[in-house]
Design a protein. Structure first.
Length: 109
């Protein structure tokens, strides 16, 4: 993946894999906000996830955040989780100005 996201390749892969294992293989994930803009400095990590199933979403969100922070350290992370094709302003912001995470091996086969 060409890294235009201001996070390490390892952190990007971790977020992707953790999204799939926590919210399902069909889920999609975007990094948005200042970390998606290489011209900006600092900032929290803004993550937007779309999934088809919001069952037990609170527990899944906590599990995701705890696991991620255990791996990357205690950083400020904002996590929004919505159903596929959500029309909210956060969904629009993430999709229009953020970067969807896709791994290279996923794209080639």
């Amino acid at each position: 993946m060409k890294n235009s996201i201001r996070l390490s390749k390892e952190t990007i892969e971790l977020i992707y894999k953790l999204t799939k294992s926590t919210f399902g293989n069909k889920s999609r994930v975007w990094i948005f906000g200042s970390r998606a803009n290489p011209k900006l400095l600092g900032g929290d990590i803004d993550i937007y996830i779309e999934t088809e199933n919001l069952k037990d979403i609170f527990e899944k969100k906590i599990k995701f955040l705890i696991t991620l922070k255990d791996q990357i350290g205690d950083q400020k992370i904002d996590l929004a989780i919505k159903r596929f094709n959500d029309k909210s302003s956060i969904a629009k912001e993430a999709k229009e100005n953020g970067k969807e995470i896709k791994l290279e091996k996923e794209l080639v086969g």
